[in-house]
Design a protein around this ligand. Structure first.
Ligand code: ZN
Length: 177
């Protein structure tokens, strides 16, 4: 397994649209394993392939304290969404920034697992938010896109400066997706 480089906002490659995975083969499973290792090491609770510069519809998530309940979503599609959830979000590609985003509280989705087998699942609250956040990444969308352009500009300037100085702010007690 390998730790992959995580792209940082405003890197234009974060705007790439991911393509569906034709077949969950050994190469895709290796990508999943590397993404999990990268996410655990960061540490974060979710990571999309776009963030490691791979244009494939692959997402990994783990909300467990022990980091032993990985959820792998390949070619995930949201089938239903309802309710409203407001949560403060952070992102491994936008380090040190935490802002409230409004999303659906409940979602139902279908995806392929690490074994390539299709499944359907429902998710609420943090898991639902996390999945929506990661699936946005696959469309080239970031949580800062939900903020005002003034706020986004300010975040861009802050990160451009930090990226030049290669500083990474500590997440502290925040959970980062
Ligand atoms: Zn993110």
């Amino acid at each position: 397994m390998a730790i992959l480089d995580i792209l940082r906002f405003p890197d234009p490659r974060l705007r790439n649209k991911a393509k569906p995975v034709a077949q969950v083969d050994d190469a895709v499973r290796r990508l999943i394993d590397d993404m999990l290792e990268t996410m655990y090491e960061a540490p974060g609770i979710g990571l999309a392939a776009t963030q490691v510069n791979v244009a494939k519809r692959v997402v990994v998530i783990d909300l467990s304290e022990e980091k032993n309940q990985p959820l792998c979503l390949v070619n995930a599609q949201i089938l239903e969404m309802d309710g409203v959830e407001q949560m403060e979000e952070g992102c491994l590609s936008v380090p040190g920034v935490y802002e409230t985003v409004i999303r659906a509280q409940h979602i139902r989705l279908k995806a392929l697992g690490r074994d390539g087998i299709p499944f359907e699942m429902e998710a609420d609250d943090l898991l639902a938010v996390c999945i929506q956040h990661e699936l946005d990444h696959l469309e080239g969308k970031l949580f800062v896109d939900y903020l005002s352009s003034l706020k986004r500009q300010r975040i861009r300037k802050k990160l451009e400066k930090e990226n030049r100085q290669q500083e990474a702010p500590e997440a502290g007690a925040h959970q980062v997706i």
